[in-house]
Design a protein around this ligand. Structure first.
Ligand SMILES: Nc1ncnc2c1ncn2[C@@H]1O[C@H](COP(=O)(O)OP(=O)(O)OP(=O)(O)O)[C@@H](O)[C@H]1O
Ligand SMILES: [Mg+2]
Length: 436
């Protein structure tokens, strides 16, 4: 591993994923064109969130502080800003088309920024009219057209009268974003970018062919299940559902009258979403609520766990299917699904997803990160790995989004969200190369 003391702080990227069950911070250093080496990882149990939304500021702050401290100690360096994953903040995806005049001159990077800015302004205006307030998170161009000729991947250098863009704008609810930002500011950290976690998980786990042919990433967390759809190489939709692995655990606790901790243990050790005849004969010792460790236990057949787990998983994937259908994407989203997130490790989750969604389903793991400890290389850490990848590739149009954000009542909030020194325009060409 590169000695941390030699790591130039400029090259360091730090990702922070504040999940409903764990907070993880990963510090990495860029290596070559697209490579990254992990220098430090810290993960800490999270108890201050529900469905990805902060409900206890002190607990969230404490968990963030502990995870960041541990990552900093391991990396031997301190960080100032993080790329932050958001999953529970009422994420909404908007597909818009905007057009600007380019009056016959060669289209420049500034024109591309102008048409994308005009899409953001149009959304702001529509939301103002509808009395909706939101915080912009992503602006990802899905395709350009010059004089109506669609299918243009990079319009810079082309001539025409009008430039239009088909774009994905993702927004979040202001309150939950502000609470996340406050927890982070209390830890003396700034936010470099906000990134929807399912999008990040896709960046970490998908191979190019999947992104080109069409794939849906389903990140199954503790309190949320988030989705991102990739078609023809780029992300076209993101969304979050307030259901996750904790629901399965709670169902087991309720169904077997056992403490939540024992339900969690039963789920991860013996849980299976698919029926197996042998599971009727296998008996499990289940501690009863209110009994001490040595106290009374119940013996239940293992198949009973399946009877509890399966309906909840079916419901989860039915909600995902409904969500995609409402977004008009269920048919367009390709034949493949990749499951990530800690809860995707539940035995049989892949099979239930395949049955309900009628897709080819595989489990995803973060790819291409050097130096990631084994304990943090599983699907529960996909989002964090993707946040690092997002930081490496830089989505130029996501920078400076504060211009489209209404100030919070306290104008200092979010002040740390300064763009990195690298200029937005300078990164544009690089982004086109990487994304189309
Ligand atoms: N081996 C396993 N089998 C089944 N479930 C598991 C396993 N390991 C972890 N889980 C479940 O994964 C969930 C946590 O997943 P993850 O760490 O991705 O969530 P999170 O990022 O903290 O939460 P969220 O993204 O919803 O805010 C928990 O509900 C846990 O029970
Ligand atoms: Mg998560």
């Amino acid at each position: 591993m590169t000695p941390p003391a030699e790591a130039s702080r400029k090259d360091l990227i730090a990702a922070l994923d504040i999940g409903s069950t764990k907070v993880t911070c990963v510090i990495a250093q860029g290596e070559g064109a697209e490579g990254m080496r992990v220098l430090g990882v810290g993960t800490y149990r999270s108890s201050g969130l529900r469905h990805g939304v902060v409900v206890d500021m002190d607990a969230t702050e404490a968990a963030v502080g502990s995870a960041v401290d541990a990552a900093e100690q391991m990396a031997g360096t301190r960080i100032e800003r993080v790329i932050l994953g958001v999953s529970g903040a009422q994420i909404r995806a908007h597909r818009l088309n905007a057009e600007v005049s380019v009056a016959g001159h060669a289209i420049q990077a500034a024109d591309v920024v102008r048409v994308i800015d005009s899409a953001s302004a149009a959304l702001r205006e529509a939301e103002d009219k509808a009395g909706v307030d939101s915080v912009p998170i992503h602006r990802i161009p899905v395709g350009f057209a010059v004089d109506g000729g669609a299918g243009v991947k990079d319009p810079t250098g082309m001539f025409g009268e009008t430039l239009s863009v088909d774009i994905l704008l993702a927004t979040a609810a202001p309150g939950p974003v502000r609470n996340l930002e406050t927890a982070i500011q209390r830890c003396h950290l700034g936010i470099e970018s906000l990134v929807v976690t399912a999008y990040a998980s896709g960046l970490a786990c998908l191979v190019d062919d999947e992104r080109d042919l069409g794939v849906t990433v389903i990140d199954m967390g503790g309190g949320t299940t988030s989705v991102a759809v990739f078609v023809e190489g780029y992300v076209v939709h993101v969304g979050v559902l307030p259901i996750g692995g904790q629901h399965v655990t709670n169902d087991i606790a309720r169904g077997l009258s056992t403490p939540v901790a024992s339900a969690e243990r039963l789920k991860t050790l013996y849980g299976h979403a698919m029926h197996a005849p042998s599971a009727d004969r296998e008996l499990l010792d289940v501690p009863l609520i209110g009994e001490d460790e040595e106290g009374q236990t119940n013996q239940v057949p293992r198949s009973m766990l399946t009877q509890i787990i399966r309906p909840r998983l079916e419901e989860t994937f039915e909600l995902v299917r409904d969500h995609l259908e409402t977004a008009g994407l269920f048919s367009a989203a390709g034949r493949r699904v990749v499951l990530t997130g800690g809860a995707s490790q539940l035995n049989g989750a892949r099979e239930v997803a395949a049955e309900i969604l009628q897709r080819q389903v595989r489990l995803g793991r973060p790819l291409g990160l050097k130096g990631m400890p084994d304990a943090a290389a599983g699907p529960g850490f996909a989002a964090c790995a993707g946040l690092l990848r997002y930081g490496m590739m830089g989505v130029p149009f996501d920078r400076g989004l504060d211009r489209f954000r209404k100030p919070f009542a306290n104008p200092d909030a979010g002040a740390n969200r300064a763009p990195r020194a690298t200029s937005r325009l300078g990164r544009l060409g690089q982004w086109f190369k990487q994304n189309f």
